[in-house]
Design a protein around this ligand. Structure first.
Ligand code: UDP
Ligand code: MN
Length: 306
C-alpha cells in the first residue's frame, strides 16, 4: 500500500470543534502533506459547516455519536458520558485506509509530519502530565474492525481510568511504555501549548523543532478574544496557552477559514463570520448557555440510544 492508503484523521462532534478541524486541515495543507485528510463527524454538525468540511477534507465520514450497541455497554458501565470517547474509537473502522494518523481537532501542525507513517500501530508521544502514559491526541494506528470491537469490549469490562479515551487506550495498548521505543513519538509531535514548571526553558530551546502543537484543556483557541483591526489574539486571563501558538492558530483561521464561514449561521459561527474592519472586536467566546445547550443535546441523544 502506498501513500493513497494513508490518511490523517480527525474528529468533530459539534460546530465549535469544526473550527479546530478546519484550521488543522489547512495547517496540514500548508506543510505540503501528501496524505489524504479525513474528518469523522456526527449528525450534530450544521449543514453549512458540513459544506465547509467537504471543501477542505478529502473524505467526510459520518459516524454515530453513540450506536445502540455501544450504548448498552455504556449503560452497563454506568458511564453514558463516555459517548465522545467512543466516537473517537470509530477511527479503527476506516478500513479503506491501511494506516492513519489520528489528530485531535485542537491540534495544529507546524511542520510536515508525513514521516509519522513510517511508524507502526500503536505509536504516540508521552503525555506531559504523566509521561509513562501516551497522550491520545496524536497517534499512529491501523484501521481494523476487530480492533474496534475489541476496544469496545475492553471498555465495557475495564472502563477507562480518566473518563476519556486516553485512559482507555493506555490500558488497551499497555505495552507502549516498555516494549518498543520506536512506538514513542518525539514530544515535538504533540507539544502541549501550556508552558509550566520546567517547560519554558525547553520550549525556548526546542521551539524550532516543534511539529505539532496541542491546545489541551477546557479553553480552545477559538474561544479567545481576537481583534480584527490589530490582528492580535489576547489569551484569556485564566488561560496558560502560549500566546505565539494561539496567534499562529488565529492567523490561519483568519486567512483561510473565517472568510469561508456563512455569516447567516447562528451563534458562535455567525459571530466569527461577521468579524470585519467595520466590526473588528471579537465576540467569539461561546456564551455559557450555548455550551450547556450542547451538553443537553448530547445527553438527550444518549438517552435515546443514538
Ligand atoms: N471532541 C469532539 N467533541 C467534543 C469533545 C471532543 O469532537 O465535544 C473531539 C475533538 O477532536 C477533540 C477530541 O475529541 O480534539 C478530544 O477532546 P479535547 O481535545 O477537548 O480533549 P483534551 O485534548 O483537551 O484533553
Ligand atoms: Mn485535544
Amino acid at each position: 500500500m502506498g501513500e493513497k492508503g494513508e490518511a490523517f484523521v480527525t474528529l468533530t462532534t459539534n460546530d465549535a470543534y469544526v473550527l479546530g478541524s478546519l484550521v488543522l486541515a489547512e495547517s496540514l495543507r500548508r506543510v505540503g502533506t501528501k496524505r489524504r485528510l479525513v474528518v469523522m463527524i456526527t449528525n450534530e454538525i450544521s449543514e453549512t459547516l458540513k459544506h465547509n468540511l467537504h471543501t477542505v477534507f478529502d473524505d467526510v465520514h459520518v459516524v454515530d455519536l453513540l450506536s445502540s450497541e455501544d450504548f448498552k455497554n455504556l449503560q452497563l458501565l454506568g458511564r453514558p458520558d463516555l459517548h465522545v470517547t467512543f466516537t473517537k474509537l470509530h477511527c479503527w473502522n476506516l478500513t479503506q485506509y491501511s494506516k492513519c494518523v489520528f489528530l485531535d481537532a485542537d491540534t495544529l501542525v507546524i511542520q510536515n509530519v508525513d514521516d509519522m507513517f513510517e511508524r507502526e500501530e500503536f505509536s504516540a508521544a508521552p503525555d506531559s502530565g504523566w509521561p509513562d502514559c501516551f497522550n491520545s491526541g496524536v497517534f499512529v494506528f491501523k484501521p481494523n474492525v476487530d480492533t474496534y470491537k475489541s476496544l469496545l469490549q475492553f471498555a465495557a469490562t475495564q472502563g477507562t481510568f480518566d473518563g476519556g479515551d486516553q485512559g482507555l487506550l493506555n490500558r488497551y495498548f499497555n505495552t507502549w511504555p516498555t516494549n518498543d521505543i520506536k512506538t514513542h513519538l518525539p514530544f515535538t509531535y504533540n507539544v502541549v501549548s501550556r508552558p509550566f514548571y520546567s517547560y519554558p526553558s525547553g520550549l525556548k530551546a526546542f521551539k524550532q523543532n516543534i511539529k505539532i502543537v496541542h491546545f489541551i484543556g477546557a479553553d480552545k483557541p477559538w474561544q479567545h478574544p481576537y481583534n480584527y483591526s490589530s490582528g492580535v489574539v489576547t489569551p484569556l486571563p485564566d488561560s496558560r496557552h502560549d500566546a505565539e501558538f494561539l496567534q499562529y492558530w488565529w492567523n490561519i483561521f483568519i486567512d483561510s477559514v473565517q472568510p469561508t464561514l456563512n455569516p447567516s449561521a447562528e451563534g458562535l459561527i455567525g459571530r466569527l463570520a461577521a468579524l470585519s474592519v467595520d466590526n473588528p472586536v471579537d465576540s467569539s467566546i461561546m456564551p455559557l448557555e450555548e455550551i450547556q445547550n450542547l451538553d443537553v443535546k448530547l445527553k438527550k441523544n444518549c438517552e435515546e440510544g443514538r
